[in-house]
Design a protein around this ligand. Structure first.
Ligand SMILES: N[C@@H](CCC(=O)N[C@@H](CS)C(=O)NCC(=O)O)C(=O)O
Length: 96
């Protein structure tokens, strides 16, 4: 199995928050048409949640953090800590 760092971000948040989910894998080389109806960018992760579609790894992570604030928030309420966390995430985008 190949490692997809962006998709993995969403998977990690789902695991950290213990959110029941189903992973649907598909071929990223020959992408199925149905996937573009869900994410016009044709990239993963794409989250289907309560009939709503959300994509982009950071957006899905922050969305899940807001909808599931328990057992703990992943985003700090301290502005400096939040900035530091976002720097770390940006760095992981450069060195996936
Ligand atoms: N900016 C996007 C990047 C997503 C991305 O590039 N995902 C990779 C897999 S980890 C992908 O879908 N690659 C297939 C492609 O680019 O066609 C995000 O943060 O979600």
């Amino acid at each position: 199995m190949k490692f997809y760092p962006y998709a993995q971000k969403t998977t990690l948040v789902l695991a950290a928050k213990k959110i029941l989910n189903k992973v649907v894998n598909h071929n990223l080389v020959t992408k199925p048409d149905w996937f573009f109806y869900r994410n016009p960018l044709g990239k993963v992760p794409c989250l289907e949640f309560d009939g709503k579609l959300i994509f982009e790894s950071l957006i899905t992570a922050n969305y899940l953090d807001e909808v599931y604030p328990s057992p703990y928030l992943l985003n700090s309420t301290d502005p400096f800590c939040k900035a530091q966390d976002r720097i770390l995430i940006e760095m992981s985008n450069v060195f996936p």
